[in-house]
Design a protein around this ligand. Structure first.
Ligand code: GTP
Ligand code: ZN
Length: 356
């Protein structure tokens, strides 16, 4: 390996660039700017370059635009479009107040790979999944001229999970058990760290009582009544304390993998009357963007091949099994229902298959 960053490292740089509003070049294809952080002066430079706005099929459906490219749509950038116009396409906050954004002309035919790469990059940067894109003849020259990060399209597309490394672990006495340990895992790709709380000394040859908990700042820390995360977190730890052993993974996949800012956008849409699934779709996301292979990989690295899984979510069980962790028992975790989250839990049962 030389001094220069490799494909994965350049992707991490690109995510940081996009979050700041700096353009990123996709090798051999073109240039992109995240819609969410778009600066008007930079948009002006893209006019006349055959620019389009790339959005997901879910967002296209909300905007009533045909997604000719399947999973994405490319909407031609009108000559008079300003940054506010782009933001309105990307962000559903004002959909109800100004439903007519059109006429919107979706591009048809040609190559949608730049649009696909752009949306994927925005998602991995935890931004709204929408970008302004423009094709380029000579991407290397454009990037060198403007000092931009260049990413490889195949690297953007890869669905391989970044390897995780156990960085440190230390004793952590907790109120539920004095025999606690916290392990920190870090991926190679500059992404979020994840944590494992180990209680007692679970026998690796037997199924361990386990919980895969996805971060929920509002529920876990603030005591939000909109979900059941806080009581589930504390309930799972308490049960492990009572049984004397268990492992709780705290996965930093806030908002089912869309990040806290987007989750709060989803909450604002829920205040307009949409349910948790519809809100994700209006934003352009799938209802669940989490990667549960991360949880399975951590369990395996810790020496656990079989679990008694604390969950009400059958998809979690299926994804554990598919990733090589056998789920010998589902242990229900029904705590924290209240008047505010009743509809949320009912939607998860009706639309996402959660067990009541
Ligand atoms: N996008 C979005 N995420 C939410 C919403 N409410 C809660 N979350 C997130 O959903 C995740 C909760 O996941 P889990 O507690 O693992 O719940 P689950 O997948 O329903 O499965 P179990 O709790 O195991 O039954 C957390 O990351 C929360 O931040 C919402 O309305 N929208
Ligand atoms: Zn929550």
């Amino acid at each position: 390996m030389g001094f220069a960053p490799d494909d994965t490292e350049r992707l991490a740089r690109a995510r940081a660039d996009l979050r700041m509003g700096v353009p990123v070049v996709v090798a051999g294809m073109g240039v992109m700017l995240a819609a969410e952080t778009l600066q008007p002066a930079r948009l002006t430079l893209l006019h006349g370059m055959g620019a389009a706005v790339a959005i997901t099929d879910w967002r296209a459906q909300t905007l009533k635009v045909a997604a000719y490219d399947g999973d994405v749509a490319r909407i031609a950038l009108p000559a008079d479009a300003d940054a506010r116009w782009v933001t309105a396409l990307a962000n559903p906050a004002d959909d109800l107040r100004s439903p007519m954004k059109g006429p919107l002309r979706a591009q048809r035919g040609g190559d949608a790979d730049l649009a696909r790469a752009a949306v994927t990059l925005c998602k991995s940067a935890r931004l709204l999944p929408a970008a302004v894109i423009a094709p380029l003849d000579d991407t290397a020259r454009f990037a060198a001229e403007h000092g931009l990060t260049v990413v490889d399209a195949a690297a953007v597309r890869t669905t391989e999970m970044s390897p995780l490394h156990g960085i440190v672990s230390a004793r952590l006495p907790m109120s539920v058990s004095e025999a606690g340990r916290l392990h920190v895992f870090r991926p190679d790709d500059g992404g979020e760290e994840h944590y494992a709380v180990e209680i007692g000394q679970p026998d690796r040859s037997k199924p361990v009582l386990a919980r895969l908990h996805s971060a929920c700042f509002t529920g876990d820390l603030l005591g939000s009544l909109k979900c059941d995360c806080g009581p589930q977190l504390r309930g799972a730890l308490a049960q492990m304390g009572t049984e004397g052993h268990g492992v709780l993974l705290y996965l930093n996949q806030e908002g089912r993998g869309i990040g806290l800012a987007n989750k709060m956008r989803a909450y604002a849409l829920q205040d307009q009357g949409y349910d948790t699934v519809e809100a994700n779709h209006r934003l352009g996301f799938h209802d669940d963007e989490r990667d549960f292979r991360i949880g399975a990989a951590i369990l395996k690295q810790m020496g656990f091949g079989a679990v008694r899984l604390l969950t009400n979510n059958p998809a979690k069980i299926a994804r554990m099994e598919a990733s090589g962790v056998s789920v010998v028992e589902r242990v229900p975790l029904k705590v924290g229902e209240n008047a505010h989250n009743h509809a949320y839990l009912a939607t998860k049962a009706a639309k996402s298959g959660h067990l009541l």
